[in-house]
Design a protein around this ligand. Sequence first.
Ligand SMILES: Cc1ncc(COP(=O)(O)O)c(C=O)c1O
Length: 398
Amino acid sequence: MKTDKRTYKDATTLNHDKRESAHGAVVPPIYQNSLFTFESWEDIDEAFNNKAEAYIYSRLMNPTARIAEDKLAALSGAEKAKLCASGIAAISSAILHCINAGDHIITVKDIYGPSNNFISKYLKNKFNVSSSFVDGKNIEEFESAINDKTRLIYLESPASLKFELQDLQSIASLAKNHGLKTIIDNTWASPYFQKPLELGIDIEVHSVSKYICGHSDVVAGLILSDKTTMDAIIQSEHELLGAKIAPFEAWLILRSLRTLPARMMMHQKSGLDIAQFLEAHPAIRQVYYPGLESFPQYNLGLKQMNGFSGLLSFELDTDDIETIKNFVDSLQLFSLGVSWGGHDSLVYAPVISYLKELSPEHFKAMGIVPGLIRISVGLEDAEDLKQDLDEALSHIRN
Ligand SMILES: Cc1ncc(COP(=O)(O)O)c(C=O)c1O
């Protein structure tokens, strides 16, 4: 084995594997086993002395998962990473780790729906955890929401649907001054374009199902933090809630990590191209994309991210549901479906699910109009994607 102490740029870290245990195989193997055996009583005894680092049982740790976790930790500037069965498993485990019954959480109003439900309904009903949902754009809002029960500030930046940002460095320093923990859902930017731990955030979570995996073939999650925090999470929430990653899925994630930088650069290039095309189109009222110079928090984005991904939303210049339906159904290259961040371009209209759960008035009060459309710009040719959108937009008639 070659020993190498140099530090490398992200693309090198993600594309270079140590080959010592795999007969020189260019790709690490899938350790498809549930448990690990030991030569002697002393050996297993020693493993139990260091449970968070030992291979004992694949619910806790598996070598294929560990290779992917080490790469994800190096990419994110974390001391340790843990892959989970889903993004929401990572989110709920990380939040549970930071709070006790009766505590108070500050979060932002546009976080992913199930994260909102977990905080505002599940934790409230089961554990009397209270929460304040702030707009998120001003540090003063966070400061004035702090009370003597506050333990955690939970962030998502850029946040879901309209992609508003929070100032991560200022919030991290406010939290430290008040002895609060911070968690961020960093799924939109991916750890390639945003490194919140380097800005002072305590714990980073991801839906790996999106850009990190990027091929629409895995549902998985990720928690990143310092070693002490991660070892505590691994031996409490992760072990006891059983949200483990399967070895094959960990291997698919490892495969995906090799192309993460190349994919993110292409998502960014096409995302910006399409956002600019939509912004100039007469059938569009408004485009929400942090990479546009017209985006109100564009400069904050440049300060805390190294790039912008390919998920954006826009408002059609109509509120007529039949016209909106017609637009969505006319698209040929954007498949209609939930989720995002894969090779394949997707379209989704939040009105589809929101109107089943909320009144039209509530929907409006959230600042979401029926014609809000979210697209995930995939890896197809951007000219083809623009042509597809242009043709479907020709169906918009006022
Ligand atoms: C921003 C964000 N965070 C978390 C999740 C949850 O991830 P998963 O579906 O992998 O549980 C999603 C899923 O859509 C999401 O959009």
